[in-house]
Write a protein that binds this ligand. Structure first.
Ligand code: UD1
Length: 434
């Protein structure tokens, strides 16, 4: 197993280019097998969650040609198997998009129940409610979820909670259902809009993505397309926070600044200087930042996937901050790791009370990434802290960040990926003269 070893204290300076949005890419990959014609998907992030879903699609018979590191050509006409299970697919959340995609196309599919990061209970009742509303029967047995419908028929669906996954999944199925589907109280995240745009480019008829109501007129089949995925707002936000935390100056390229508004607003509020360009943002932090209150909310609110990173930034800021997590109940586990560095964080219910500590009083520590975004946050903490930090379990981080250590190094970070058993490499790193 690999781990990151980091020597903190260097400001991040320079330019970094953001990859395609993982959460959009997962929906789009699943949607691509709904057509029997070839689909070319560009700007795919090269991260492990994407490789797992791509492999699952291959295993059921779809043809997947890797054109280059970020481009695939997919043809779903050769799918023969409607049973999707392997050791890896059980670990990712988005495996359930294959349900929506193949229910619409084939009328039957069975997929291993979704895994994903350990950040809360993560029920799928809204997915089931949506499939059933379209006329499908849902059966859960032996760790598998099977959906079947002789005919999928459009319906009016009101979601009880705003769910990214359920919105995308039901949108996939309803695209090939008979008649009109109206989905209310849907998620408005940019990745939901991107999946809708992708489906429309294949001939779907989806209107309203990005608002509270999506209207879909079912079509008989989808044709091929060529499509480029939007940039990843969470990867971009992570570099914004890392620039701010290290008191650096970073130009973050290939972003859609509008998607970053909630993050930008908070960083400005605590004292960062941010410049927005057409497809880039520059984050400059010249002094110790200030405290604030943050509450995670569905888009356009502050994203839950940025909560660990902003909490980490606030741990070094002046004054007392309160961060409230309203999406996932288990998302403050990483604060136990930060405590090893000297962070002063107290979790009460779904809020964390963070008393800022000056960076010279925060020391490097050995920590474990508990999940994807918290893992990235621990790396940010290591970049700021005094001395050497080791972050293990980095497989979580690699699920969603392409070349995390390489991109950080290009900004001047002192970070290396090493084999955790390679004691010599660790000693060598620790002895290097800075
Ligand atoms: C997606 C993202 C994840 C992000 C999350 C919220 C992917 C692969 N993952 O996860 O990175 O943190 O959106 O922005 O895109 N819920 C229910 N019943 C359901 C479904 C969800 O009660 O059937 C609840 C969840 O417990 C949670 C809330 O709804 O409290 C939002 O979850 P949801 O938007 O579905 O998250 P995911 O799609 O799993």
């Amino acid at each position: 197993m690999n781990e990151y070893i980091i020597r903190g204290g260097r400001p991040l300076v320079g330019e970094v280019t953001i990859s395609g949005a993982k959460n959009a890419a997962l929906g789009i990959l699943a949607a691509s097998i709904m057509s029997d014609e070839s689909v070319i998907v560009e700007n795919l992030p090269d991260v492990s969650d994407i490789r797992v879903l791509t492999q699952a699609i291959r295993e059921i018979g779809a043809r997947v040609d890797q054109i280059d590191q970020h481009t695939v050509k997919i043809n779903g006409s050769t799918i023969t198997d409607y049973y999707v299970d392997n050791e890896y697919i059980r670990k990712i959340r988005a495996s359930y998009y294959i349900l929506g995609a193949l229910l619409g196309k084939n009328g039957y599919v069975e997929v291993a129940l979704p895994g994903g990061c350990n950040i809360g209970s993560r029920p799928i009742d809204q997915h089931i409610k949506g499939f059933e509303a379209l006329g499908a029967k849902v059966d859960i047995h032996n760790g598998m979820i099977a959906v079947q419908a002789d005919e999928l028929v459009g319906n009016h669906i009101y979601f009880d909670v705003t769910s990214v996954g359920a919105t995308i999944n039901i949108m996939l199925a309803a695209t090939l259902a008979k008649g009109q589907t109206i989905m209310e109280n849907v998620a408005k995240e940019p990745h939901v809009v991107d999946v809708a745009n992708f489906l429309n480019s294949m001939g779907a008829n989806i209107k309203g993505a990005g608002t509270d109501v999506i209207r879909i007129m079912g079509v008989e089949k989808l044709h091929g397309t060529e499509y480029s995925i939007i940039p990843d707002m969470i990867e971009a936000g992570t570099y914004m926070v890392a620039a701010a935390a290290t008191q650096g100056d970073v130009l973050i390229k290939n972003v859609i600044p509008k998607h970053l508004e909630a993050i930008t607003a908070k960083l400005v509020e605590i004292g960062c200087h941010i410049e927005e360009f057409g497809d880039a943002v520059r984050v400059i932090a010249k002094k110790r930042l200030s405290h604030t209150h943050v509450k995670t909310l569905p888009y356009p609110g502050f994203p839950t996937d940025m909560q660990p990173q902003i909490s980490t930034l606030l741990m070094f800021s002046e004054g007392t901050s309160v961060v409230t997590e309203s999406i996932f109940e288990n998302r403050f586990i990483f604060t136990d790791e930060l405590a090893k560095m000297g962070a002063q964080v107290k979790v009460e219910g779904n809020s964390a009370i963070i008393v800022g500590v000056p960076r010279d009083r925060v020391t490097g520590a050995k920590m474990s990434a508990p999940d994807l975004r918290a893992g990235a946050a621990l790396v940010v903490a290591g970049l700021v802290a005094d001395g050497v930090t080791i972050v293990n379990q980095i497989g979580y981080i690699e699920r969603g960040y392409e070349d995390f250590d390489i991109k950080m190094r290009s900004l001047g970070a002192d970070i290396e990926k090493i084999d955790e058993k390679d004691e010599k490499a660790i000693t060598r790193f620790k002895q290097q003269v800075v």
